[in-house]
Write a protein that binds this ligand. Structure first.
Ligand code: GDP
Length: 232
């Protein structure tokens, strides 16, 4: 991508930034469990814009979802044995007029997973990211101390065509940012941005941000951005 639009969140207008963040956090808080599926064809067909959360195991995905939605155990189901390979859907917005879905996709890269499981995972992820029509955005969680792993890059490849043509937005959250000093945080952003430059185009909408569930860095801004994706 020649001209990366965001290496961090754009500063909101000072006057309404706080109110906008409050509204976005209130919206995120409405998230409630909808359904779980082990196969794509079990997912409900929907017109609602869907935001998928992806990342390798231990990247901090469940913690990030729980932090964003301000719910202690919302993403806990994804960790239940037997459910780790499932796609869990959450509905957001007013109960009688849902306006978006969050999809918590299976974490990947867990060492103990068998080869057969890995292949199955790849197929489910590739299919989901390529064909799910209602997919509006992808939030990729990457441990800020580790950066992209091979499986993260593979996943980016699955979704790159849709990001490049502007039909799917991408936000990379560098998680556990509380563990980095400023210099390392800057370096993590730069490395990540260089990698992403290779997959985007000028049409595409790619964001990168530091995120911490511990000190809440990036939380409000993420909620505002995700809300803007689905409100468009
Ligand atoms: P998942 O496998 O991607 O869902 O990862 P989890 O959300 O379970 O997090 C993995 C580990 O990282 C847990 O021990 C969390 O407590 C820890 N963790 C998650 N987010 C943060 C964070 O923002 N800061 C710190 N310091 N630790 C975190």
């Amino acid at each position: 991508m020649a001209d990366q639009k965001t290496t961090d969140f754009p500063a909101p207008a000072a006057s309404d930034g706080a109110a906008q963040a409050r509204r976005a956090m209130a919206w995120a808080h409405t998230a409630r469990f909808l359904t779980t599926a082990s196969r794509l064809d079990q997912l409900p067909a929907t017109e609602l814009p869907e935001i998928a959360f992806v990342g390798r195991s231990n990247a901090g995905k469940s913690t990030a979802i729980n932090t964003l939605t301000q719910q202690k155990r919302l993403a806990f189901a994804s960790k239940t044995p037997g459910r780790t390979q499932h796609i869990n859907l959450f509905e957001l917005g007013p109960r009688d007029a849902a306006d978006a879905l969050f999809a918590d996709l299976p974490g990947y890269g867990y060492a103990a997973v068998s080869r057969g499981d890995k292949e199955r995972w790849q197929k489910v992820m590739a299919d989901y990211l390529e064909v799910r029509r209602s997919l509006t955005g992808v939030v990729l969680m990457v441990d800020s101390r580790l950066g992209f792993t091979d499986l993260d890059l593979q996943l980016l490849e699955f979704v790159a065509p849709r990001v490049a043509n502007g039909s799917v937005k991408l936000l990379v959250l560098l998680t556990k940012a509380d563990k980095l000093n400023r210099r390392d945080a800057d370096r993590a952003l730069k490395t990540c941005s260089d990698t992403l430059a290779a997959i985007g185009t000028e049409e595409s909408d790619i964001g990168i941000a530091l995120f911490s569930a511990l000190n809440k860095r990036g939380v409000d801004d993420t909620a505002v951005l995700l809300r803007s994706w689905v409100a468009a």
